[in-house]
Design a protein around this ligand. Sequence first.
Ligand code: ZN
Length: 274
Amino acid sequence: MPELPEVETVVRGLRAAFNEPNQIVAVEVSGKKLRVPCPPDLPTLLLDRRFTNINRRAKYILITLDNGQILVFHLGMSGRLTIAPQNPTLLHDHVKLRFNSGHWLVYNDPRRFGGVTLIPHSSALPLHPLFRSLGIEPLTPEFTADILAQILNKRTGNIKSALMNANLIVGVGNIYACEALFRAGIHPMRPAGSLSSKECEQLVGDIKSVLEEAIISGGSTLRDYVRSSGDPGYFQHSFKVYGRHKKPCEKCNSLIENLRISGRSTFYCGRCQR
Ligand SMILES: [Zn+2]
């Protein structure tokens, strides 16, 4: 599943690809049902529009159009956005936009957990059902130790589930939650509200650094994935604990342990993480 670093990498790839004047000259939709439903009049709404800005909120890709509307893509479990030099005819292509340059932007999603929608204006974004309950962006300057302490205050559930709760903090998936907690030396089962202010400060820094490092290395995923340029695959990021069950901890040589938290496989070092 694409996580925040993959989505951010796609956003940066799209920005680079669409920094020149562009205009949508044709729109094709498959009409298949996606988790995020596509407006039936999408082709009419998008025709002749241009991309003016490309951003990200949580794992949504937000493309501002020259009329102020926002085109939203979500990659779901298996979605891919690719730029193709000619009209692609692949199975599971759901939305295809042709530009005056002759290139196509293609949204492909075999499992259809993602989707495409259009929001009338940026002012409607915060109240939109997809966005209104989203938590703080971890890579913004607003995400500080004080804010994390406020978010976790009096929470009795475990810290790992809190980090992965998108209503609290967006974009920290299973892999990055495991990695950040390892770096911070915090046991994944610790009650979230029990973290000291020093631990909050350490953890905020470690969340930011694991995400930033993954973005720099081009995102990381265990599945096949295609960048917005259409190049196949990300090279796999090296993880310190994730997927390393029974392998030696890089800090203390104890064997990495594994436990299920909220149905997700959790990797940690029982000696380094307290
Ligand atoms: Zn260790």
